[in-house]
Design a protein around this ligand. Structure first.
Ligand code: SAM
Length: 216
């Protein structure tokens, strides 16, 4: 049992290292992700707790939710189900293979409100005032020039109710990996980018969970 858990953890560590090889940390180079299956599966569900994450996001039918750096769409499909046919879940990624995987998955599951889009590393390509919630899981640390990026991204959030949620690995989850983040970093950077932290949660064993809104 313990060996199994170690293997699963190793799979994630290897996945993160694979991304590390492809990324310079400035977000300007193409990524080489692991196979989508690494981001999927029951093993991840045990520590990722997707149902708790979706519940904590307080999604409602009709909402527009963007999963930024969506990968295989592990969360995007769940968002599509949560916001229903009157809402929309949009999975954005810089990796065409992940976008193709999400597009096929949405079709297979007959989720017509689930769309996948290829984006540039420095531009999420979102129209102003169109999004209720922008969600990042294990992606924040991969984005380059973050203060400028998130300052621009703010315009996509709907006035008065738009939220930005950041989930990323705590340093203790993968000691020594560069694909973890000191939780203070997004708090400082996003304050500088013009956001206000309104909620933190500690129900995830490996990741922090922060909710921000545009400040003022
Ligand atoms: C570690 S994976 C996490 C995937 C997914 N969020 C999940 O939790 O399963 C990070 C993903 O972010 C994507 N990514 C990296 N930089 C990005 C950027 N600047 N804009 C959009 N996607 C990005 C990568 O291609 C990769 O699919």
């Amino acid at each position: 049992m313990r060996a199994c858990a170690t293997r699963r953890t190793t799979a994630w560590a290897v996945a993160l290292m694979t991304v590390a090889v492809a990324s310079t940390g400035n977000g300007q180079q193409p990524y080489r992700n692991p196979a989508p299956s690494v981001f999927e599966g029951a093993a991840r569900e045990a520590w990722q707790k997707p149902e708790l994450v979706v519940r904590a996001l307080e999604l409602h039918p009709g909402m527009v939710v963007v999963d930024l750096g969506a990968g295989s769409g592990f969360f995007t499909r769940r968002f599509a189900e949560a916001v229903g046919p009157t809402g929309k879940a949009i999975g954005l990624d810089v990796d065409p293979d992940m976008v193709a995987y999400m597009t096929a998955d949405a079709r297979e599951r007959k989720l017509s409100n689930y769309e996948a889009r290829l984006v540039k590393p420095d531009d999420a390509g979102l129209a102003p005032n169109t999004v209720d919630l922008i969600f990042l899981c294990d992606t924040y640390h991969l984005i380059g020039d973050r203060v400028a990026y998130f300052r621009r991204l703010k315009a996509a959030l709907k006035p008065d109710r738009g939220r930005l949620v950041v989930v990323d690995f705590q340093p203790a989850a993968f000691p020594g990996s560069t694909h973890v983040m000191n939780p203070q970093v997004p708090q400082d950077e996003l304050r500088e980018a013009g956001y206000r932290l309104i909620k933190t949660d500690d129900f995830l064993p490996r990741q922090f969970f922060f909710v921000f809104v545009p400040a003022g």
